[in-house]
Write a protein that binds this ligand. Sequence first.
Ligand code: ZN
Length: 176
Amino acid sequence: MLLLAHLGITFAAARGLEKAVVYRGFRKAPELIDYRLVLVGSMLPDIIDKPLGSLIFRESIGTGRIYCHTLLFFLLLLGLGMLFWYKLKRPGFLTLAGGSFAHYVLDGMWMLPSTFFWPAYGWGFPQENAEAWLEHWLKSLLTDPGVYVPEITGGLILIFFGMKNILRVIDRNKLS
Ligand SMILES: [Zn+2]
């Protein structure tokens, strides 16, 4: 998945989850979800891995799905999240962990077990050709419904919620 699918679908999932838990009586949920962190978490694995693996260590690593696309990274975020929650009642890392988990689902990481379960299959990561990867995605964006449908869906979700709505939620987080 690319940018719009990750941001839009994860944002909608978090809003849906918030509504579901409020409906079930957990009225504090809206105060606990910081949607800025939902959006950052939804892209966090790519924000770190893409520049690191595809640009900085392009010759030695040569792929944009490395350490932050692993179950180990998710467990680290989850562990930090639980620690910060129990010690300080701050849910920020848990939100990042949730956003990153949605990223793995949308990336279909179960299809890349040697990356997702790193280092169970060895210390290396499957290599990719960065230029071929970019070309593949650009082509898929125009021709493959499995790519452009989620992107359009994500874009429509973002438009539906609207910048005004996103800013209102962010403002609410700032005030609380
Ligand atoms: Zn990714």
